[in-house]
Design a protein around this ligand. Sequence first.
Ligand SMILES: Cc1ncc(COP(=O)(O)O)c(C=O)c1O
Length: 479
Amino acid sequence: MVKSRGTEIAIGDRRPGCTLTQWLYEELRFAILSGRLKRGVRIPATRSIAVQYGISRRTVVAAFEQLLDEGYITSRTGHGTTVSRTLPSDFLPYRRPETPSKQRVGADILSRLQPPIRPFNPISPAVTEFPISLWARLASRRLRQLSATLLSGGDPAGYAPLREAIADYVGTSRGVNTRPEHVIVTTGMHHGLDLIARSIFKPGDQVWVEDPGYSGTTEVIQNAGLVPIAVPVDERGLIVSLGKEKAPNAKAAFVTPAHQFPLGSTMSLDRRLELLQWARATRAILIEDDYDSEFRFQGRPIPALQSLDRNGLVLLLGSFNKVLFPGLRFGYIIAPDSLLEPILRLRFQMDRYPPGPQQAILCDFINGGHFERHLRKMRELYAERWRSLRVNADRYLARHLSLPTIEAGLNTPAYLRTRLTSHQAELAATKLGIQTLGLDRFVRQRQDIRGLLLGFAAFNDQQIADGAKLLARALDGRR
Ligand SMILES: Cc1ncc(COP(=O)(O)O)c(C=O)c1O
């Protein structure tokens, strides 16, 4: 064991034929790369390692020199030797992803879209625009005066003032009929979907999902043992009549009415009424995934499906993770009276209650008017970025892709005009370092949709123009 600031680092056995220097070098390098020796941490002196392992100090120095030369450790007189804050692997060029297997799932999507964010990452908001110093000020004020109640525990439904702020917000901005007692604070959309899927339904229950639709929703549903029934979507949203043909007695429908994922359409009023009528007749539950409807930059704000419900059949899910920043991990469920209890019971069994101090900071951000202000600013910015993508797509990508008119969100589908499949187009783009997702990732049974999902929210004019040129080159190579 090598001790580093009290942490013991296990050094593995020496392979036969491996020199002592090579062994020590490899073991320390592995400890650094695997994170067991953290960046910036002080490494014990060569002398103590030599004594501990009964090897000559010269051997240890030689291993250290190699690590120094390669940039894994740094040494400063008077400060000893520490693990470098920037490791050589940080500078490695963009690594080509392996050809994905046939079954491409959500976890794979996330690994593909991890930072650094580059055009046209479809799921990233413009995090650099978030007013971080304002947030830090609110946070430090709040943390300095945390109440005993916030320190001691919490309510499984969330911090009461935050629930009040959320109820006010969804009431005014989305026409939602609710009271604070109906708000459950979650860590986001996935958490909300999971709680609902596991507390309200039974394994084996059939539920409608949109085709194409969000793959994360299907994963959550399948994890809970429910059976997703793919119902096609057109420009007016879920085709309710087809759902009724395929599974008339399904227990639920999971829908994105404000901004269909990934096609970007808005569910029409007649379809909303038809869906509610089906739910009323069969006692099915409607789960409204309202993941990014705040970013409606054109047309009138669209009221939530929940606002039309008079029978307590709709669960509305919202998230702060796109509107503010994905690392925040806060969202909410607006649940009717009859469904609150099973959801809260499961919540309490899973993780008790959401983190109090962070909820209080978010609450201060909303109540101080900063949330509304940030939303207004981002809506304008995203509208500009969407226009920039349209102009650049017309200029550089017109031969390859056609973009529909969208009115909201952080991304747009771009339909292929050539013969490429979505998967081929995604691979070609990825090879040149463009981040995008083929629409095939979201298709369940449809054969008629070929294209890419392009995000614009996180990129300025120049990045969008450069990205469009690069994407054109990628798709040219595959024509
Ligand atoms: C349709 C849809 N629902 C839910 C989510 C995830 O939301 P959260 O990060 O709040 O779990 C996403 C994220 O891209 C999404 O596109």
